[in-house]
Design a protein around this ligand. Structure first.
Ligand SMILES: [Fe+2]
Ligand SMILES: [Fe+2]
Length: 256
């Protein structure tokens, strides 16, 4: 099986197809025959070197490689040029798998996170709606998420001591302000958001007497287990392929 055929099979798992999808070949030969497939959430230079040292023919990343949603390479970007040269020196094929991972029903990235959290038995609508069987406070949930996902610090906003079970579960970065305006969830879980909009919306809601809370996990922290789930999808598509998920450390450090 070659890289393009594997990606076609992954994309075809989703009934909903994205126009102008970013799920395309970013580097190397799309027709390369595969033995070893590496997966990651974001392809950092260190991770690219590790995947290459393992002998990966294909690296599948969830996030963009060049800090632009469509991976446009800009002439005035010295770091992107260095990164491109590094990738070319490995000869690896790189594809992105993003749109159709999220448009799977249920969302494969969210499913990976729910499995890692041990919440796969909870009521999940396949998109953003998650209902816990046992109400817990935002503070308790933050602690549980830190422990189970290995996150150093989950940021908390709003009413943290009120038991909640109706959650708007948004891995990665979505328009959280819009979600907050239109969802009746008590707790919003986000990977990354606009602090001056979404965090302040929750603060305002609470100061106006509403029971609302928000947990911010960090973008990669909120999605990386999703790519471990994608590894399982690939094994089902072609059990003869050797697969390996490559992790990268959290982006933020803390002085404590
Ligand atoms: Fe995502
Ligand atoms: Fe993302």
């Amino acid at each position: 099986m070659n890289a393009a055929k594997l990606m076609e099979a992954l994309i075809n798992l989703s009934e909903e197809k994205t126009e102008n999808t970013v799920d395309t070949c970013k580097a190397g030969d799309p027709n390369r025959e595969l033995q070893k497939v590496a997966l990651c959430c974001t392809a950092t230079p260190d991770l690219i070197r590790k995947a290459h040292a393992w002998g990966a023919d294909l690296l599948i990343t969830h996030e963009p490689t060049y800090h632009d949603h469509y991976d446009h390479l800009f002439d005035d970007d010295p770091i992107a040029k260095e990164k491109k040269a590094l990738i070319e020196s490995t000869g690896m094929t790189i594809y992105r798998y993003h749109d159709h991972a999220h448009s799977n029903m249920p969302d494969s990235i969210a499913m990976g996170e729910l499995e890692e959290l041990g919440w796969e038995q909870e009521r999940y609508d396949g998109r953003f709606g998650l209902t816990l069987s046992q109400p817990k406070t935002a503070k308790q949930l933050a602690k549980e998420i830190e422990e189970k996902l290995g996150i150093a610090h989950v940021k908390m906003v709003g009413n943290l001591d009120f038991p909640v079970n109706k959650i708007c579960f948004c891995v990665g970065a979505w328009d959280m302000l819009h979600k907050m305006k239109t969802s009746d969830a008590d707790l919003f879980i986000s990977g990354e958001l606009s602090e001056w909009q979404a965090c302040e919306y929750i603060r305002d809601s609470v100061e106006l007497g509403h029971q609302k809370a928000l947990l911010v996990l960090g973008h990669i922290a909120s999605e990386k287990a999703g790519m471990k789930y994608v590894e399982k999808l690939i094994r089902k598509i072609n059990p003869d392929l050797e697969t390996k998920y490559f992790d990268c450390p959290e982006i933020f450090s803390y002085n404590r």
